[in-house]
Write a protein that binds this ligand. Structure first.
Ligand SMILES: Cc1cc2nc3c(=O)[nH]c(=O)nc-3n(C[C@H](O)[C@H](O)[C@H](O)COP(=O)(O)OP(=O)(O)OC[C@H]3O[C@@H](n4cnc5c(N)ncnc54)[C@H](O)[C@@H]3O)c2cc1C
Length: 270
Protein backbone atom coordinates (compact mmCIF):
# COMPACT_ATOMS: atom_id res chain seq x y z
CA UNK A 1 0.00 0.00 0.00
CA UNK A 2 1.42 3.37 -1.03
CA UNK A 3 1.73 6.13 1.54
CA UNK A 4 -1.34 8.27 0.88
CA UNK A 5 -0.68 11.95 0.17
CA UNK A 6 -2.93 14.54 1.79
CA UNK A 7 -5.44 14.69 -1.09
CA UNK A 8 -5.69 10.90 -1.13
CA UNK A 9 -6.31 10.77 2.63
CA UNK A 10 -9.13 13.28 2.15
CA UNK A 11 -10.67 11.16 -0.63
CA UNK A 12 -10.35 8.03 1.55
CA UNK A 13 -12.21 9.84 4.36
CA UNK A 14 -14.86 11.03 1.93
CA UNK A 15 -15.42 7.46 0.68
CA UNK A 16 -15.90 6.30 4.28
CA UNK A 17 -18.43 9.09 4.82
CA UNK A 18 -20.33 8.26 1.62
CA UNK A 19 -20.50 4.56 2.56
CA UNK A 20 -22.03 5.53 5.89
CA UNK A 21 -24.38 8.20 4.51
CA UNK A 22 -25.60 6.28 1.47
CA UNK A 23 -25.03 2.58 2.26
CA UNK A 24 -27.77 1.30 -0.08
CA UNK A 25 -26.32 3.00 -3.14
CA UNK A 26 -22.56 2.89 -2.57
CA UNK A 27 -20.00 0.07 -2.65
CA UNK A 28 -16.33 -0.32 -1.94
CA UNK A 29 -14.32 -2.30 -4.52
CA UNK A 30 -10.97 -3.56 -3.30
CA UNK A 31 -8.74 -1.37 -1.18
CA UNK A 32 -9.40 2.01 -2.79
CA UNK A 33 -12.08 1.39 -5.43
CA UNK A 34 -15.54 2.81 -4.94
CA UNK A 35 -18.85 3.31 -6.76
CA UNK A 36 -21.95 5.26 -5.79
CA UNK A 37 -25.24 5.82 -7.58
CA UNK A 38 -25.62 9.45 -6.54
CA UNK A 39 -28.69 10.63 -8.38
CA UNK A 40 -31.28 9.57 -10.95
CA UNK A 41 -33.77 11.48 -13.07
CA UNK A 42 -36.99 9.94 -14.33
CA UNK A 43 -38.40 6.44 -13.87
CA UNK A 44 -40.64 3.85 -15.55
CA UNK A 45 -43.42 6.43 -15.97
CA UNK A 46 -41.07 8.73 -17.93
CA UNK A 47 -40.30 5.93 -20.37
CA UNK A 48 -43.98 4.99 -20.82
CA UNK A 49 -45.19 8.59 -21.14
CA UNK A 50 -42.61 9.53 -23.74
CA UNK A 51 -43.23 6.31 -25.70
CA UNK A 52 -47.00 6.98 -25.73
CA UNK A 53 -46.65 10.37 -27.40
CA UNK A 54 -47.08 8.59 -30.72
CA UNK A 55 -49.97 6.33 -29.73
CA UNK A 56 -52.22 7.69 -26.95
CA UNK A 57 -52.98 10.46 -24.49
CA UNK A 58 -52.61 8.21 -21.46
CA UNK A 59 -50.01 9.67 -19.09
CA UNK A 60 -48.88 8.30 -15.73
CA UNK A 61 -48.16 10.63 -12.83
CA UNK A 62 -46.87 8.13 -10.27
CA UNK A 63 -45.22 4.75 -10.27
CA UNK A 64 -48.06 3.48 -8.09
CA UNK A 65 -50.43 4.10 -11.07
CA UNK A 66 -48.67 1.44 -13.17
CA UNK A 67 -51.06 -1.29 -14.39
CA UNK A 68 -50.31 -4.73 -15.87
CA UNK A 69 -50.91 -3.16 -19.29
CA UNK A 70 -48.22 -0.57 -18.58
CA UNK A 71 -45.78 -3.24 -17.45
CA UNK A 72 -46.47 -5.22 -20.62
CA UNK A 73 -45.80 -2.14 -22.73
CA UNK A 74 -42.54 -1.53 -20.87
CA UNK A 75 -41.49 -5.11 -21.52
CA UNK A 76 -42.48 -4.79 -25.18
CA UNK A 77 -40.43 -1.59 -25.55
CA UNK A 78 -37.42 -3.27 -23.96
CA UNK A 79 -37.59 -6.48 -25.95
CA UNK A 80 -38.24 -4.67 -29.24
CA UNK A 81 -35.34 -2.26 -28.61
CA UNK A 82 -37.40 0.93 -28.80
CA UNK A 83 -34.34 3.08 -28.06
CA UNK A 84 -35.30 6.70 -27.50
CA UNK A 85 -37.83 6.37 -24.61
CA UNK A 86 -34.97 4.84 -22.61
CA UNK A 87 -32.88 7.94 -23.27
CA UNK A 88 -35.22 10.01 -21.07
CA UNK A 89 -34.04 8.46 -17.79
CA UNK A 90 -30.67 9.54 -16.42
CA UNK A 91 -28.18 8.31 -13.84
CA UNK A 92 -25.15 9.89 -12.22
CA UNK A 93 -22.58 7.53 -10.76
CA UNK A 94 -19.37 8.46 -9.04
CA UNK A 95 -16.60 5.92 -9.17
CA UNK A 96 -12.98 5.69 -8.14
CA UNK A 97 -11.19 3.12 -10.28
CA UNK A 98 -7.74 2.32 -11.68
CA UNK A 99 -6.88 4.26 -14.84
CA UNK A 100 -6.73 1.07 -16.94
CA UNK A 101 -10.41 0.43 -16.03
CA UNK A 102 -11.29 4.03 -16.95
CA UNK A 103 -9.59 3.61 -20.34
CA UNK A 104 -12.15 0.88 -21.11
CA UNK A 105 -15.08 2.70 -19.49
CA UNK A 106 -14.51 5.98 -21.38
CA UNK A 107 -15.03 4.12 -24.66
CA UNK A 108 -18.75 4.28 -23.79
CA UNK A 109 -18.99 7.61 -25.59
CA UNK A 110 -22.72 8.17 -25.12
CA UNK A 111 -22.28 9.52 -21.61
CA UNK A 112 -20.74 12.50 -19.84
CA UNK A 113 -17.46 12.41 -17.92
CA UNK A 114 -15.94 14.67 -15.32
CA UNK A 115 -12.61 13.36 -14.09
CA UNK A 116 -9.99 14.13 -11.46
CA UNK A 117 -7.10 16.05 -13.01
CA UNK A 118 -3.42 15.52 -12.28
CA UNK A 119 -2.77 18.97 -13.78
CA UNK A 120 -4.54 20.63 -10.88
CA UNK A 121 -3.84 18.14 -8.11
CA UNK A 122 -1.18 15.63 -7.23
CA UNK A 123 -2.12 12.08 -8.26
CA UNK A 124 -4.24 9.91 -6.03
CA UNK A 125 -1.42 7.96 -4.38
CA UNK A 126 -3.20 4.60 -4.29
CA UNK A 127 -2.66 1.85 -6.83
CA UNK A 128 -4.54 -1.29 -7.81
CA UNK A 129 -3.23 -4.60 -6.51
CA UNK A 130 -4.97 -7.64 -8.04
CA UNK A 131 -7.10 -9.52 -5.54
CA UNK A 132 -6.94 -13.30 -5.17
CA UNK A 133 -9.69 -13.96 -7.72
CA UNK A 134 -8.07 -11.61 -10.24
CA UNK A 135 -4.84 -13.59 -10.00
CA UNK A 136 -6.25 -16.90 -11.14
CA UNK A 137 -7.85 -18.41 -14.22
CA UNK A 138 -9.92 -21.49 -13.36
CA UNK A 139 -8.00 -21.71 -10.10
CA UNK A 140 -4.58 -21.50 -11.80
CA UNK A 141 -2.46 -18.65 -10.37
CA UNK A 142 -1.08 -16.60 -13.28
CA UNK A 143 0.87 -14.37 -10.90
CA UNK A 144 2.43 -15.61 -7.67
CA UNK A 145 2.59 -13.75 -4.32
CA UNK A 146 6.29 -13.08 -5.05
CA UNK A 147 5.42 -11.45 -8.34
CA UNK A 148 2.77 -9.31 -6.67
CA UNK A 149 5.32 -8.25 -4.08
CA UNK A 150 7.69 -7.11 -6.85
CA UNK A 151 4.80 -5.35 -8.62
CA UNK A 152 3.81 -3.53 -5.42
CA UNK A 153 7.44 -2.61 -4.81
CA UNK A 154 7.68 -1.06 -8.30
CA UNK A 155 4.46 0.93 -7.74
CA UNK A 156 5.79 2.20 -4.39
CA UNK A 157 8.96 3.38 -6.12
CA UNK A 158 7.00 5.17 -8.87
CA UNK A 159 4.84 7.02 -6.34
CA UNK A 160 7.92 7.86 -4.25
CA UNK A 161 9.65 9.10 -7.43
CA UNK A 162 6.73 11.42 -8.19
CA UNK A 163 6.66 12.85 -4.68
CA UNK A 164 10.44 13.39 -4.48
CA UNK A 165 10.69 15.04 -7.91
CA UNK A 166 7.63 17.22 -7.32
CA UNK A 167 9.00 18.39 -3.97
CA UNK A 168 12.34 19.17 -5.60
CA UNK A 169 10.62 21.27 -8.29
CA UNK A 170 8.52 23.08 -5.69
CA UNK A 171 11.64 23.87 -3.64
CA UNK A 172 13.37 25.33 -6.70
CA UNK A 173 10.26 27.33 -7.68
CA UNK A 174 9.81 28.71 -4.14
CA UNK A 175 13.49 29.57 -3.87
CA UNK A 176 13.43 31.42 -7.21
CA UNK A 177 10.24 33.23 -6.20
CA UNK A 178 11.77 34.39 -2.90
CA UNK A 179 14.80 35.71 -4.79
CA UNK A 180 12.65 37.43 -7.44
CA UNK A 181 14.08 35.18 -10.15
CA UNK A 182 10.80 33.79 -11.54
CA UNK A 183 10.09 35.11 -15.02
CA UNK A 184 6.59 36.43 -15.80
CA UNK A 185 4.10 37.98 -13.44
CA UNK A 186 1.20 36.26 -11.76
CA UNK A 187 -1.67 38.29 -13.19
CA UNK A 188 -4.50 36.81 -11.18
CA UNK A 189 -3.65 36.17 -7.50
CA UNK A 190 -6.36 33.45 -7.36
CA UNK A 191 -4.94 31.62 -10.40
CA UNK A 192 -2.97 28.42 -9.86
CA UNK A 193 0.81 28.65 -9.77
CA UNK A 194 1.84 27.95 -13.39
CA UNK A 195 5.28 26.63 -12.40
CA UNK A 196 3.97 24.02 -9.99
CA UNK A 197 1.19 23.20 -12.45
CA UNK A 198 3.72 22.54 -15.21
CA UNK A 199 5.71 20.30 -12.87
CA UNK A 200 2.52 18.30 -12.18
CA UNK A 201 1.71 18.16 -15.89
CA UNK A 202 5.12 16.73 -16.70
CA UNK A 203 5.44 14.36 -13.77
CA UNK A 204 2.00 12.82 -14.23
CA UNK A 205 3.37 11.13 -17.36
CA UNK A 206 5.30 8.84 -15.04
CA UNK A 207 2.17 7.56 -13.29
CA UNK A 208 1.13 3.94 -13.94
CA UNK A 209 -2.29 2.88 -15.25
CA UNK A 210 -2.80 1.08 -11.92
CA UNK A 211 -3.16 4.53 -10.24
CA UNK A 212 -6.70 5.41 -9.21
CA UNK A 213 -8.77 8.23 -10.64
CA UNK A 214 -12.09 9.75 -9.62
CA UNK A 215 -15.00 10.22 -12.05
CA UNK A 216 -18.55 11.51 -12.21
CA UNK A 217 -20.36 9.58 -14.92
CA UNK A 218 -23.73 10.78 -16.20
CA UNK A 219 -25.48 8.40 -18.54
CA UNK A 220 -28.93 7.74 -19.93
CA UNK A 221 -30.63 4.39 -19.43
CA UNK A 222 -30.23 3.26 -23.04
CA UNK A 223 -26.48 3.76 -22.86
CA UNK A 224 -26.35 2.25 -19.37
CA UNK A 225 -28.00 -0.94 -20.66
CA UNK A 226 -25.35 -1.09 -23.40
CA UNK A 227 -22.66 -0.73 -20.73
CA UNK A 228 -24.23 -3.55 -18.66
CA UNK A 229 -24.58 -5.78 -21.72
CA UNK A 230 -20.96 -5.37 -22.76
CA UNK A 231 -19.16 -5.07 -19.44
CA UNK A 232 -20.90 -7.63 -17.22
CA UNK A 233 -20.18 -10.41 -19.72
CA UNK A 234 -17.57 -13.06 -19.04
CA UNK A 235 -15.36 -11.77 -21.85
CA UNK A 236 -15.05 -8.31 -20.25
CA UNK A 237 -11.93 -7.85 -18.16
CA UNK A 238 -12.45 -8.94 -14.55
CA UNK A 239 -11.71 -5.49 -13.08
CA UNK A 240 -14.24 -3.50 -15.16
CA UNK A 241 -16.73 -6.35 -14.78
CA UNK A 242 -16.60 -5.91 -11.00
CA UNK A 243 -17.56 -2.24 -11.41
CA UNK A 244 -20.24 -3.02 -14.01
CA UNK A 245 -21.78 -5.69 -11.74
CA UNK A 246 -21.78 -3.24 -8.83
CA UNK A 247 -23.41 -0.54 -10.99
CA UNK A 248 -25.96 -3.13 -12.15
CA UNK A 249 -26.77 -4.05 -8.55
CA UNK A 250 -27.22 -0.39 -7.53
CA UNK A 251 -29.49 0.19 -10.53
CA UNK A 252 -31.60 -2.88 -9.64
CA UNK A 253 -31.96 -1.65 -6.08
CA UNK A 254 -33.23 1.72 -7.29
CA UNK A 255 -35.46 0.40 -10.10
CA UNK A 256 -36.52 -3.17 -9.23
CA UNK A 257 -39.32 -3.38 -11.82
CA UNK A 258 -37.30 -1.92 -14.68
CA UNK A 259 -34.41 -4.17 -13.74
CA UNK A 260 -36.62 -7.26 -13.68
CA UNK A 261 -38.15 -6.47 -17.08
CA UNK A 262 -34.76 -5.61 -18.59
CA UNK A 263 -33.39 -8.91 -17.33
CA UNK A 264 -36.43 -10.80 -18.66
CA UNK A 265 -36.18 -9.10 -22.07
CA UNK A 266 -32.76 -10.71 -22.37
CA UNK A 267 -30.88 -7.84 -23.97
CA UNK A 268 -30.26 -4.14 -24.06
CA UNK A 269 -30.59 -1.67 -26.90
CA UNK A 270 -29.51 -2.16 -30.50
C1 LIG B 1 -14.78 -7.44 -24.55
C2 LIG B 1 -14.46 -6.10 -25.15
C3 LIG B 1 -13.25 -5.90 -25.79
C4 LIG B 1 -12.95 -4.65 -26.36
N1 LIG B 1 -11.73 -4.47 -26.96
C5 LIG B 1 -11.42 -3.24 -27.46
C6 LIG B 1 -10.14 -2.98 -28.05
O1 LIG B 1 -9.29 -3.87 -28.14
N2 LIG B 1 -9.86 -1.73 -28.49
C7 LIG B 1 -10.77 -0.72 -28.43
O2 LIG B 1 -10.49 0.40 -28.86
N3 LIG B 1 -12.00 -0.94 -27.89
C8 LIG B 1 -12.33 -2.15 -27.40
N4 LIG B 1 -13.56 -2.36 -26.83
C9 LIG B 1 -14.50 -1.24 -26.75
C10 LIG B 1 -15.63 -1.36 -27.79
O3 LIG B 1 -15.11 -1.37 -29.11
C11 LIG B 1 -16.59 -0.17 -27.64
O4 LIG B 1 -15.91 1.04 -27.95
C12 LIG B 1 -17.10 -0.04 -26.21
O5 LIG B 1 -17.55 -1.28 -25.74
C13 LIG B 1 -18.24 0.97 -26.16
O6 LIG B 1 -19.35 0.44 -26.82
P1 LIG B 1 -20.29 1.33 -27.73
O7 LIG B 1 -19.55 1.92 -28.86
O8 LIG B 1 -21.47 0.45 -28.07
O9 LIG B 1 -20.74 2.45 -26.66
P2 LIG B 1 -21.00 3.99 -26.90
O10 LIG B 1 -19.79 4.67 -27.39
O11 LIG B 1 -21.61 4.49 -25.63
O12 LIG B 1 -22.05 4.02 -28.06
C14 LIG B 1 -23.38 3.53 -27.88
C15 LIG B 1 -23.96 3.25 -29.23
O13 LIG B 1 -24.08 4.47 -29.96
C16 LIG B 1 -23.78 4.22 -31.34
N5 LIG B 1 -22.61 5.02 -31.71
C17 LIG B 1 -21.79 5.70 -30.87
N6 LIG B 1 -20.84 6.34 -31.55
C18 LIG B 1 -21.06 6.05 -32.86
C19 LIG B 1 -20.41 6.40 -34.06
N7 LIG B 1 -19.32 7.17 -34.08
N8 LIG B 1 -20.90 5.93 -35.20
C20 LIG B 1 -22.00 5.15 -35.24
N9 LIG B 1 -22.65 4.76 -34.13
C21 LIG B 1 -22.20 5.21 -32.96
C22 LIG B 1 -23.55 2.74 -31.49
O14 LIG B 1 -24.77 2.12 -31.81
C23 LIG B 1 -23.11 2.32 -30.11
O15 LIG B 1 -23.37 0.97 -29.82
C24 LIG B 1 -13.89 -3.60 -26.28
C25 LIG B 1 -15.11 -3.82 -25.65
C26 LIG B 1 -15.41 -5.04 -25.07
C27 LIG B 1 -16.72 -5.22 -24.36
Amino acid sequence: MATYNEGTREIAQEIEARLLENPDYSRRLGEFGFIELEETWGDETTILNTARVSTSNRRLRNLSDLTEKDKNLLFHLLSQHHGTPFETVYFRFRFIAPIFVLRQWVKHRISTWNEFSMRYRKPISAYYVPDEKALTVDGFPVLTPDQIERYADLMERIFAFYEAEYQESCRRIDQAASEGRLPGEKKDPAARNPYRARARELLRSAMPVSAYSDVYWTVNFRSLMNFFDLRTKENAQYEIREYALAARELFARKFPLLSELYEKSGSGPE
